[in-house]
Design a protein around this ligand. Sequence first.
Ligand code: ADP
Length: 502
Amino acid sequence: MSYVGAIDQGTSSSRFLLFSSETEEVIASHQVETTSHYPHEGWCQQDPKEILSTVLLCIEETLKKCSVDIKQIKSIGITNQRESTIVWDKTTGNHIYPAIIWLDGRTGETVEKLIAKTPSKSKEEFQHLCGLPISTYFSAVKLRWILDNCVEAEKALQEDRLCFGTVDTWLLWNLTGGVKGGVYATDVTNASRTMLMNLSTLQWDDQMCKFFDVPKSMLPEIRSSSEIYGKMKTGSLTGIPISGILGDQQAALVGQKCFKEGQAKNTYGTGNFLLYNTGEKPVFSKHGLLTTVGYQFGKDQAATYALEGSIAITGAAVKWLRDNLGLIKSAAETEELAASVSDNGDVYFVPAFSGLFAPYWQTDARGVIIGLTQYTTKAHIVRATLEAVCFQTREILESMDLDSGIPLNELLVDGGMTINEFLMQLQSNILGINVVRAKMAETTALGAAIAAGRASGVDCWKIKEISSIGKDVFSPKNTDQERDAQFVKWKEAIKRSLGWKQ
Ligand code: ADP
């Protein structure tokens, strides 16, 4: 028997899971919630030390829960929240600024200045190069903000002490030795979320680095998603190779076995991310989607690309109902409450807390709850929150269908929110197609384990093209007219949220 470990460092928690490379089953796992801090309106940051320490804790606690001989653990994969940006001092190993989390909106002004600097004065100026619009979302914009606003970071840059990384790079560097020779690298999927990588060459792009005024010399090396990067130099797994890295959404694409052109998955977590495999060529969207690297299995292999629809706030809106409004005590309660009313009572909630991502890319949008009357109860608001997840997904699916020309006839789903049966049925009703849920919830971690286990030199994982995971299918239970009438109302609510911040 051989095993592969997967580190899954998400926005709301860190996890470690041990998979059997033969059966793809989870043998043991451990999860620890992480803390997000919101020091100002629109800001969201985390402590890089907590990101690292929770990962280390999860590894040790998982090992305690099973009787696996460590020699049978062949490799470790990393999957991570993407775009979140960390800078640290390579001489001390200390971070210089908190991790700026992907959904943080503090860079609104930086975005305006950057757009004004482009020849076309358009956020789409570099989409053909890096696949992304200029937005608060991407790492280079966050890095520019740090260099402009944190004197110590700029000083470290001048003194050649500054390291920049997404969460994968921060973890890889620390786990492989840190100041004592840690490996300073990232993979193509994470690099494709920075705006600094050229989608064709899969290397840092001179024009993009110049535009952001970020010297190439300070950036980590870009490597494939599946190769041996280095060995663990800390904890009980010391000596085991780290041989897979995938951004979390790309890992879910792999975990759902979307290896063929035209296959797609939608992951429901803090936000929602629909990725559509476009094969070995990047396809550029005309309808507000991103172009990104799906995976590259080995340094001599071609990359597989994906079109992506990113929604910033879905599960985070449920968390907001719990933590900010106190309307619910747990996320799970939304299921019963939403089902307790026959409809949304004409209430619509656009949770544009960080502006709107795809397909709008409007940093100036803000949240609205509209349609309130004396009849409205918290059940209606909870239901509107779940419906918002589904309406936003419908907008992405419509863009995806227009870009690909081939409408999806079913949607593969995974992620923390998909445990909610009511939400799944609602999603099928709002889309008018089948929603197919993997019975194994940990598809993101599975993707990282697959990348790590199949790497050259590890070779303990034979990819099964057809998923062995069981599925639940949710089919639409309403009429076209009903779903379209609701969607028209949703679009009206969207109009009201756009431009609020101006
Ligand atoms: P991430 O990978 O982004 O950290 P997860 O996949 O762990 O996210 O999912 C966690 C999110 O799902 C949280 O934002 C939480 O509010 C939401 N969530 C968890 N359980 C439920 C549920 N039963 N119903 C609705 N939302 C849920």
